[in-house]
Design a protein around this ligand. Structure first.
Ligand SMILES: [Zn+2]
Length: 403
């Protein structure tokens, strides 16, 4: 076989092919290093003598839709220069792997159009081999994202398995790239991230988070100059949770069966944006439910008014609206609403910081959804490190492996 064919097809240089066999669905090429190319693996000297050999079977890219194997005669060499006795080095294979580097690249390319299972089946490999090839590729390219230019970040957590195992992710809000994946959801989950930020000498200007005390203290401690911006949607969600609690309370306290029926099933109507309810049937239903219960009505109108905080022309106006909102909530005398107002007032500066930096964790919601899809595709990702790497590589559309 032509040596340049060996090079261009399989990435093999300095070798010659002595024999080719065709067995079943396999092409087997017997190859060995050309005599004039034998070198000491230690000092690269040509003064070596051969002392024994072994054979290694290495997978390489298929030819003619057939599995193709290089059966390599690997020489044991004794060096006259440095005295070492070693096996010759194969530059087209890494370590003890049973496939060429070019084959690994081929697997990576196929992984862009098929799931791990598809690729494994297509090439007659094990699922783990394909996964390991992907993993090493991701490790090399994505395990250490550049943090030096990081300025605006969003922090959020998501459940890996229902309820218990959490991961915390940090996203660069300027380009949507996940720059860090940490274990757990407390402040500890971010420790390694801050170390990396410090090492990269990044100057973080603003951080968007939910109202989690752990994240807040972690940011204040590690990035004291950064502005904390409490995410708009998380604040609204907290209000919605409060309203839902009020609804359940009203339902449970209502003795009249007919009235209970009216309250039942109004959750969606209560929580959705009031302006989005157009038809009179739903409007009436909502009004009937609200008329029956004063705390619920107060809560509903406060929820509708909450949005105003983010709709003002400037921070000063917004602060007025916020304080006014807090007063109204306290005047309502409804304990759940008072409690929420206190939370809101305690986080006032972070809520209003939105007027200085228009950032939110909305991007992270999208990322969380993508992660969910990814988990479903690949048997829940038993290999955690691999799962993390996939999340770090997610922003690169063309490298987004399926499965
Ligand atoms: Zn040597």
């Amino acid at each position: 076989m032509n040596p340049s064919y060996l090079y261009h097809a399989f990435g093999v240089r300095h070798h010659e092919c002595t024999k080719t066999e065709f067995k079943g669905n396999q092409n087997i090429h017997y190859i060995q290093t050309r005599k004039d190319k034998l070198r000491c693996p230690e000092c690269n000297s040509r003064h070596v003598i051969r002392s024994g050999c072994i054979f290694r079977d290495i997978r390489c890219v298929p030819v003619g839709h057939r599995e193709t194997i290089l059966r390599i005669k690997v020489q044991r060499l004794e060096c006259k220069e440095c005295g070492c006795v070693r096996q010759e080095k194969l530059h087209f294979v890494t370590g003890k792997r049973c496939y060429t580097n070019k084959f690994a690249r081929y697997v990576v390319d196929l992984s862009r159009i098929g799931t791990i299972k598809d690729v494994a089946q297509f090439l007659n490999l094990s699922w783990d081999t394909v996964k390991d090839i992907q993993k090493r590729y991701l490790q090399r390219h994505y395990s250490n994202p550049d943090l030096s230019t990081l300025e605006y970040i969003g922090i959020d957590e998501f459940a890996v398995r229902k309820g218990h195992v959490y991961k915390t992710i940090v996203v660069n809000l300027q380009n949507g790239q996940v720059v860090y994946v940490g274990n757990g959801k407390g402040a500890d989950a971010l420790d390694k991230f801050w170390k990396k930020v410090c090492k990269a000498k990044a100057r973080i200007k603003a951080v968007a988070t939910d109202l989690s005390a752990a994240f807040i203290s972690s940011v204040m401690e590690n990035a004291p100059d950064a502005a904390l911006v409490f995410d708009h949607f998380h604040v609204v969600k907290l209000m919605n949770d409060t309203l839902d609690k009020l609804r359940r309370l009203a339902y449970n306290q209502e003795a009249d069966l007919m009235k209970r029926k009216v309250l039942k099933g109004t959750r969606w109507l209560l929580l959705c944006n009031g302006e989005d309810i157009y038809d009179s049937y739903h409007k009436n239903r909502l009004e009937n439910a609200l008329e029956m219960n004063a705390p619920l009505m107060k809560g509903y109108y406060l929820k509708e008014a909450l949005r105003e905080i983010w709709m003002q022309v400037d921070k000063e106006q917004a602060e007025k609206v916020l304080c006014d909102w807090g007063r109204q909530a306290k005047d309502s005398k409804v304990p759940l609403l008072i409690k929420f107002a206190n939370t809101l007032m305690a986080h006032r500066s972070g809520i209003l910081a939105w007027y200085d930096y228009h950032i939110s964790t909305a991007k992270l919601e999208g990322i969380n959804n993508k992660i969910k899809t990814m988990k479903r595709q690949a048997y829940g990702y038993r290999d955690e490190k691999f799962f993390e790497l996939k999340i770090l590589a997610m922003h690169e559309k063309k490298y987004a492996f399926t499965g």
